[in-house]
Design a protein around this ligand. Sequence first.
Ligand code: CTP
Length: 402
Amino acid sequence: MLAGKRIVLGVTGGIAAYKAVDLCRRLVDAGAHVVPVMTEGAEHFVGRATFSALASEPVQTSLWDEVHPIPHTHLGQSADLIVVAPATARLLSAYASGLSTDLLTNTLLATRAPVVVCPAMHTEMWEHPAVQANIATLRTRGVHIVEPESGRLAGGDVGAGRLAAPETILALIESVLGASGDLVGMKVVVSAGGTREPIDAVRVIANRSSGKQGYAIAGEAAARGARVTLVSTVDLPVPAGVEVCSVETAAQMGAALAQLASAANVVIMAAAVADFRPAGDVSGKSTKLKKSNGIPEVVLEPTADILAGLGADKPSGQVLVGFAAETDDLIANASGKMRAKNLDLVVANDVSQPGVGFQHDTNAVTLVRSNGTTTSIALADKKVIAKAVVDTVVEILATKIK
Ligand code: CTP
């Protein structure tokens, strides 16, 4: 799939730059023509000779070495894809604000090719609102983000920020370049898992959702060529080619979806969002309540209904899918939710049945469409259910495009 593809590999100045050597090797082994571009910072971590020896061309670092062809426009225009690994906070900031400071940022601004950005940095930096805002901006512009993993970081710290594994980056590159199937060109956003609402610094109100059904749907849509972003509260193996946006609370999930949904062709809300959360500001929950102070009185307040908000602002042509976990009157309740939230499809499951819904590998659902048709799928693996859901989404998309 990568054979003959011209891939610009941008390497910026982080300790994970040494891992880009492995990525470079794998891309070349897969048949890609790899053009390495290093920033000045990257050269503090890895020597030019390493990339020059492994890549398909010598490393480029400067805007000023050659004038013909103009390096950044030539690199940007001729690339089939640009991948930046690792991407530092500085690179993210420059790219998000359109600042051209060196050959790599110039190249990123001078391309129409798909761009894959793989951030890596210390946890505090990764979680900083400025960095997260830049990530959100890049996502809305269609940049593919391979989120960092949790693990050991430079200096012995442990936390989120470690460069994603080379196989994860490679899988996303392959899916971006080799997309085929009945969802090619479609942007699909899927939410998965149960939200966790803090009571104090350590305790949360959670629910039993495992996220497995959402992950299966995301994997099915990606396998059929869609560009899939999973807004997730859980840490399950990420299906090939799927981008993950990690969140924890209903408010965070709502904010992520508000950013992503308007540009999506399909939004599938498989997450179990808390309907209530402990009242009060999150900053007021940053200390631990002591047992010795007695049993706390937890006052709840409602969360916003994310799906209802998405339904109210649904762009024309978008397919909006909700889930309905019920214990009685399955179809009537599901149809009620469909009307109330302006949905095209409700995946309804009777969670009182054995093997159905939360935490199981299996599910049994009834797909209720806004045109009144219903299809029941008996107890089956969540991947089988995912296929049926995506099949129905494809059918509905076809009616909207006509
Ligand atoms: N949902 C949401 N935001 C909420 C609650 C629910 O987006 N605050 C979404 C869920 O992701 C699901 C759909 O709404 O796709 C239905 O969720 P469900 O819990 O079955 O129903 P509710 O609307 O919350 O109503 P109830 O709990 O009374 O059945």
